[in-house]
Design a protein around this ligand. Structure first.
Ligand SMILES: N[C@@H](CCC(=O)N[C@@H](CS)C(=O)NCC(=O)O)C(=O)O
Length: 229
């Protein structure tokens, strides 16, 4: 039996974060896929927010991708995906928080909003986030990754959502500004990683799966929460 079981669903970007970390650390894991439109009872018992990913590690159950990734970092410390220096570690956590609180919500909201004013508001907020990411990369490392030559939890937190810009471009005409050269170089470096290649859904599938956000027909918890906040 594998050491860790990760419960995931299709092209979930949050589960992709954790799947990449499991691969980077060479952890023996199994993947259990569920249908988010027909969540099994056993899943609802172990997932308090009714979301994937969730991991099962022996009797331990952990949810929320950023928390899971830190758990994996502590239990399987090698190769390290967070810096040892406390200040660098804090900076890494600031950017992980930035991804979750200041970038990702605008990706969903720009898609879900059907009115022009709403789309423009979140386009503006996401553009500000992307420009801050460009500056963060320039300030923190010579590249190609967020904290230097090796990828870290910061990179694996941002990447799946940046990859889903392909759907934003398709449905809303949003793309990373050409002047964000560091961010574009970072994205290329990420695409080259084996853990990304192994978990990367095809662009056409991402575009298909994001139609429910683009036409606001998603009935899941994520769509509901993103509409309400
Ligand atoms: N903050 C959560 C977000 C997870 C999330 O939103 N997962 C989506 C799939 S990508 C989900 O399971 N949604 C449940 C639903 O829509 O019913 C994390 O980082 O793990």
């Amino acid at each position: 039996m594998a050491q860790i079981d990760i419960v995931s669903a299709g092209t979930c970007p949050f589960a992709q974060r954790t799947r990449m970390v499991l691969l980077e650390k060479g952890i023996d894991f199994s993947l259990t896929e569920i249908d988010l439109d027909a969540k099994p009872a056993w899943f609802l018992e172990i997932s308090p927010y009714a979301k994937v990913p969730v991991i099962r590690h022996g009797d331990a159950i952990v949810w929320e991708s950023a928390v899971i990734n830190e758990y994996l970092e502590e239990v399987f410390p090698e190769p390290a995906l967070l810096p040892r220096d406390p200040l660098r570690r804090a900076q890494a956590r600031v950017w992980i928080d930035f991804a979750n609180s200041r970038m990702v919500p605008h990706v969903y909201k720009m898609m879900l909003r059907q009115d022009q004013a709403g789309q423009d508001l979140h386009r503006q907020r996401l553009t500000e986030a992307v420009l801050a990411m460009e500056q963060g990369l320039r300030d923190l490392s010579d590249g190609p990754h967020w904290l230097g030559k090796q990828p870290s939890l910061v990179d694996f937190t941002f990447f799946p959502h940046v990859q889903r810009f392909v759907a934003l471009e398709h449905y809303r005409g949003f793309a990373i500004p050409a002047g964000c050269t560091r961010l574009l170089r970072w994205r290329e470096a990420m695409f080259a990683l084996p853990s990304v290649q192994a978990t990367r859904p095809p662009d056409a599938l991402l575009i298909k799966n994001w139609a429910k956000y683009a036409n606001d027909t998603g009935t899941g918890v994520t769509a509901q929460e993103m509409r309400e906040t």
